[in-house]
Design a protein around this ligand. Structure first.
Ligand SMILES: *Cc1c(COP(=O)(O)O)cnc(C)c1O
Length: 385
């Protein structure tokens, strides 16, 4: 039996065109971009071209792009670098963020609180996991060092009103960071339109390789280095540039922006059909996240009285790869922080399921999934009693 992958929010396969673009930089053109000789010049030209491509796609200057090793690193650099620089500048020591953030943001904020003397204000999200601009407006002030609110949520697909939130931060001269790691696959990323000061990207969520990302840093945004050494990436992030991966990131994002309409048009009707059928056919089921303001490839549910991890195991045995929101794999499971932030009671929050579609998803895959899921939810409920 064929395996069916429905977990594109966890990671995506590398696009064949991206693989082709990066390949020469492993051997034929292996130079260190910092070297003076022509091997170095060739590698440097590739990195410059990738930086220019990214800048054109984001509508910014090449000097405003920092290449990193992943989306998590971009989030870390944004939070640590800017929080520390802002405190140095004006004594601001509050970080405003939300419990619905990816751990790369929320755990970093906690770390800054525990070990670096910052204070974190956890902003409320509504029942769809959306952070309202009014909530930000009510919490921001002269002591705010940084606001970090994600563009689209990985677990529940909700899209936040980033432009409005950015406008509020700009009005208070507080730097605004958004984690766009999940959003970039489907949503507009022109930074001037969004109004953001910092924005994180990670290639493996849009058909690039794992282990490479970027951070947009608007010129003039206070930020300190988080890797010191050879002074690469404008002194913000030392380390010999991963040339093939940087080339791959740029090519993957170029294709994503170019094909955005088609990619959305491919997944959205399949996703909508799936949501409609599952809510109709499986009793005591809810959609999590926003009903409309959500990523076009993203469906997420909770089933009352189901152990989400057990359901994943049953699905895997039936050939389907999905994911759940409950955090731990052993011992006493707890609903994830995102499920808790939605205010779901425990007997619902433990039974979460995320189904995310992508380029390889076909109508047949969706039909096969719809054919097995109701029975597996029923089985998981029986086994849970
Ligand atoms: C995947 C993801 C990350 C982490 O990116 P990595 O490249 O895997 O480190 C951060 N934020 C969001 C929203 C994500 O979906």
């Amino acid at each position: 039996m064929d395996k069916i992958y429905l977990d594109y929010a966890a990671t995506t396969p590398v696009d064949g065109r991206v693989l082709l673009a990066m390949q020469p930089y492993f051997n034929e053109r292996f130079g260190n971009p910092a070297s003076v000789h022509r091997y170095g010049q060739q590698a440097e030209a590739a990195v410059n071209a990738a930086r220019e491509t990214l800048a054109a796609l984001l509508g910014c200057q090449p000097s405003e792009i920092v290449f990193t090793s992943c989306g998590s690193e971009s989030d870390n650099l944004a939070l640590r670098g800017t929080a520390l620089a802002m405190r140095q500048r004006n004594g601001a020591n509050w970080i405003l963020t939300s419990r619905t953030e990816h751990h790369a943001v929320s755990r970093t904020a906690e770390d800054l609180e525990r070990h670096y003397g910052f204070q974190v204000a956890w902003l409320e999200a509504d029942q769809h996991g959306l952070v309202r601009p009014e909530t930000v407006a009510g919490a921001i002030g002269a002591k705010t060092a940084l606001v970090s609110i994600m563009y689209a949520n990985n677990e529940i697909g909700t899209i936040n009103p980033i432009q409005e939130i950015a406008g509020i931060c700009r009005g208070q001269s507080v730097p605004f960071h958004t984690d766009a790691v999940q959003a970039a696959a489907y949503l507009p990323i022109a930074v001037a339109d969004l109004g953001v000061d910092l924005m994180s990207l990670g290639a493996h969520k849009f058909y690039g390789p794992k282990g490479v990302g970027a951070l947009y840093v608007r010129s003039g945004t206070p930020i300190l280095a988080h890797l010191t050494g050879g002074g690469q990436e404008d002194g913000l992030r030392a380390g010999t540039t991963n040339v093939p991966y940087v080339v791959a990131l740029a090519e993957a994002l170029r294709l994503t922006v170019e094909e955005r309409q088609e990619r959305s048009a491919h997944v959205r009707p399949l996703r909508d059909h799936m949501i409609g059928r599952l809510l109709e056919e499986i009793p005591e089921t809810r959609l999590t996240g926003h009903p409309e303001q959500r990523l076009p490839n993203h469906a997420s549910f909770v089933f009352k009285g189901v152990d989400g991890n057990l359901l994943l195991t049953l699905l895997d045995a039936a050939g389907f790869a999905c994911s759940s929101g409950s955090a731990c794999k052993t011992g006493d499971p707890e609903p994830s922080e995102v499920m808790a932030a939605l205010g779901l009671p425990r007997e619902w929050g433990l039974g979460s399921l995320r189904v995310t579609l992508g380029s390889g998803t076909t109508p047949e895959h969706v039909e096969a999934f719809l054919g097995v899921l109701p029975g597996l939810v029923e089985k998981a409920r029986r086994l849970n009693r």
